[in-house]
Design a protein around this ligand. Structure first.
Ligand SMILES: Nc1nc2c(c(=O)[nH]1)N[C@H]1C(S)=C(S)[C@@H](COP(=O)(O)O)O[C@H]1N2
Ligand SMILES: [Mo]
Length: 445
């Protein structure tokens, strides 16, 4: 009906399923019996059916019964000195794909996008990408040195850094390898593993331009090398134009100190640019007259093209969107009827202008309302109401950013980039809705 489809191969799909937090069949039966999902979430014929019908069902914690937890005192304050999510949310965690990397130190964990609401990633769920593991940095012992082609080199303690004027900005960080396993076909049946290398936080810190004014850049200074304090001593070069535009030397994330996974006590946030330029555990900024190509040769991310040549610097993350519900981990649980198709869109070029949604594999499109706030180089949430007729469907989202750039299909992207790439795969994602409400990752061919 929809032409040639590519589905994930069985073995890899199985691993994804083992790790995924889909309901077990017993849990699913339980939910159906209790009517938990169907009662609150399904509209039939325009009204919320099931709400009154379920009253009086043998479910002891439901109204009009008085639930167990209302009949006794709860735990007191500071029983959780650092508050943790409800134990019922234990499946909402970062996950890794064991076969993807040889070991866990140079590896990646994926954020559970299927469970997230709004646009802010909670700190404990922010994806992680480490080249040499996560160092435990003592902030008292940590210093940030700024030197090179500058008038007044400095070495700052973390206290010194906090004496500069600060900014707080909401920005996404995406690893350019996000979705990179899928250039040659569908691989994994999971939103988390396919798209979970993007997260979004409110970052607080000092503008790098403020620090540059403090040290005074010499006229020959054109690039800034940033170096991390981890075992990889990861370095990236950033051109002065970007440095003076919107780069932040960040020490806080969503209102608290950076998490160790995110570069505690200080990292670079390079809005809209490849994740790898956002150097964590930042210890050194060196102003130079050219990029440090030679030393970065082995560590720089390049994109191999079809003709064997490579793109060297691909800094900006192009516009991308994905439907986060329904998705393989979030099937349609209540039969046909009204659902919200929800998802996330973002672009390293600025703001998201519009998102279109298709339920027929890209033949027709409907504009999906954007949820406020819509901010530059931030995740943006969209949601479109959909009356599912219970038949198989192919759902897609397509973002248009403020430059007019339209998110490409995989065929369009491959025409420009070939299939040798790993990085920067921002093609339209297709989810297949099956008649039983389950959802599969497919590629339209
Ligand atoms: N010092 C250092 N900085 C680093 C890395 C690293 O391994 N070491 N990984 C980079 C990569 S490849 C990415 S995608 C982002 C990921 O940021 P996150 O772990 O906070 O999600 O950090 C970047 N900064
Ligand atoms: Mo990355």
């Amino acid at each position: 009906m929809f032409g040639k489809l590519r589905r994930p191969s069985q073995d890899v799909a199985k691993i994804a399923l083992e790790e995924s937090d889909r309901l077990s069949s017993t849990e699913r039966r339980q939910f159906l019996r209790n009517g938990l999902f169907t009662a609150g979430s399904v509209m039939v014929g325009g009204t919320f059916a099931g709400l009154s019908a379920k009253v009086g069902a043998a479910a002891t914690q439901y109204p009009p019964e008085v639930p167990l937890w209302t009949r006794s005192l709860g735990a007191g304050v500071v029983t959780n000195p650092y508050g943790m999510p409800s134990p019922y949310e234990k499946g909402v965690i970062r996950r890794n794909v064991p076969w993807l990397t040889a070991e866990k130190t140079s590896s990646v964990s994926f954020s559970p996008l299927q469970h997230l609401k709004g646009i802010i990633t909670p700190n404990g769920l922010f994806f992680e990408r480490h080249h040499a593991g996560r160092p435990e940095v003592d902030p008292q012992q940590h210093r940030l040195m700024i030197h090179g082609l500058v008038e007044r080199p400095i070495i700052l303690s973390m206290d010194d850094l906090q004496r500069f004027p600060s900014v707080s900005q909401i920005h996404f960080i995406e690893c350019p390898a996000n979705g990179g396993m899928e250039w040659r076909g569908a691989q994994l049946n999971s939103l988390q593993f396919l798209h979970g290398m993007v997260s979004c936080a409110e970052w607080t810190g000092v503008r790098l331009s403020t620090l540059m004014q403090e040290v005074g850049i010499k006229p020959e200074g054109k690039w800034v090398l940033a170096e991390g304090a981890d075992g990889a001593a990861m370095t990236r070069s950033i051109p002065l134009e970007k440095v003076m535009d919107d780069v932040i030397v960040a020490y806080a994330q969503n209102g608290e100190a950076l998490r160790p996974e995110q570069g505690y006590p200080v990292r670079l946030v390079v809005p809209g640019w490849e994740g790898n330029t956002n150097v964590k555990w930042l210890r050194r900024l060196e102003v130079g007259d050219k990029p440090w190509m030679q030393r970065e040769e082995t560590s720089k991310y390049t994109d191999l093209l079809a003709d064997g040549t490579a793109r060297g610097f691909t800094w900006v993350m192009d516009a991308k969107s994905v439907i986060t519900s329904p998705c393989p981990e979030m099937p349609l649980r209540g039969g046909k009827g009204i659902y919200q198709i929800e998802g996330l869109a973002w672009t390293g070029q600025g703001k998201v202008k519009a998102v279109d949604v298709s339920t027929d594999g890209g033949r027709s499109w409907q504009q999906a309302p954007l949820r406020e706030p819509v901010m530059s180089k931030s995740l943006t949430r969209f949601a479109l109401e959909w009356n599912w007729d219970g038949n198989p469907a192919l759902i897609q989202s397509r973002v248009i950013d403020e430059t007019g750039y339209v998110q490409p299909t995989l065929t369009q992207l491959k025409a420009v980039r070939g299939t040798n790439s790993i990085y920067h795969k921002n093609a339209i994602q297709t989810w297949q809705i099956n008649a039983d409400g389950s959802v599969d990752n497919v590629q339209l061919g």
